[in-house]
Design a protein around this ligand. Structure first.
Ligand SMILES: NC(=O)c1ccc[n+]([C@@H]2O[C@H](COP(=O)([O-])OP(=O)(O)OC[C@H]3O[C@@H](n4cnc5c(N)ncnc54)[C@H](OP(=O)(O)O)[C@@H]3O)[C@@H](O)[C@H]2O)c1
Length: 218
């Protein structure tokens, strides 16, 4: 598959490493061309660096991996207003979390994923936002032998299928998180969990196993 990555930071590196290893072709882009070129070099012979727009139009899937405050600017530079991402598959891992407060920067308005969909016309799939980059760097991301489950929220079946296959490439299990209307819940979950983790709580321990989810097993 051809994958364009908007961003040349930690998430681009962590996820791009898996996808390059799986044999995908990658074009990575960032505001610092030298940093994007260095990342492409680390990812290996199937990767190259390009402009924001080159990465946007390269991919059968485009990953958006920039800080939330940079999203509007980066989509603009990628030519979104001219339709470069219209109808494309866009995986969005952006967490619009207010540092220190662990609330959403998007509070009171549409989710980040919805804003990205509206700005681009892309088939957006919210994914990869619940775990730290170091978890995504694990080969595979698994705990006690159980592969990490990765919820996906999106509306377009073909887009969901493409992102599901990229989740599988990491050695993780895709989980149906519902439509894009639920992406805001996934973003809020990240904000809440990060707040618990920073406070020293084991966020995983706040939820019961599935068999207790609807009451004690009979
Ligand atoms: N890191 C994690 O553990 C993690 C986990 C889940 C989700 N996420 C989400 O993934 C996204 C990327 O995170 P990251 O950790 O990869 O961030 P990062 O390492 O800071 O990289 C972000 C990328 O965006 C670029 N950027 C930042 N400000 C910009 C601006 N004003 N204009 C244009 N480009 C700009 C950066 O350029 P420079 O390198 O030049 O700064 C870099 O290419 C974020 O939305 C984050 O919420 C992160």
């Amino acid at each position: 598959m051809r994958i364009g990555i908007l961003g040349a930071g930690r998430m681009a590196d962590a996820l791009g490493t898996h996808w390059a290893r799986a044999g995908h072709e990658l074009t990575v882009s960032g505001r610092d061309p030298a940093k994007a070129a260095a990342l492409a070099g680390r990812l290996g012979p199937t990767a190259r660096a390009g402009t924001w727009e080159e990465a946007a139009v390269f991919g059968e899937v485009t990953l958006l991996a920039v800080r939330d405050h940079a999203v509007t600017e980066v989509l603009e530079a990628a030519g979104a207003a001219r339709g470069t991402l219209d109808g494309r598959v866009l995986a969005d891992c952006v967490n619009p979390v207010v540092q220190g407060r662990f609330t959403l920067a998007t509070e009171g308005g549409p989710s980040m994923a919805r804003r990205v969909a509206d700005a681009t016309g892309a088939h957006v799939v919210k994914a990869f936002n619940l775990c730290h980059e170091d978890v995504w760097r694990m080969t595979p991301p698994a705990f006690d032998g159980v592969p990490l489950a990765v919820p996906l929220c999106g509306d377009d079946p073909a887009a969901l299928a493409a992102v599901r296959s990229l989740v599988t490439d990491l050695g993780c299990e895709p989980v149906d998180g519902g439509g894009l209307e639920r992406a805001g819940l996934l973003e809020a979950t990240a904000a809440f969990m990060i707040g618990l983790w920073v406070g020293g709580a084991d966020a995983q321990a706040v939820l019961p196993p599935l068999k207790y989810a609807f009451g004690a097993p009979g």
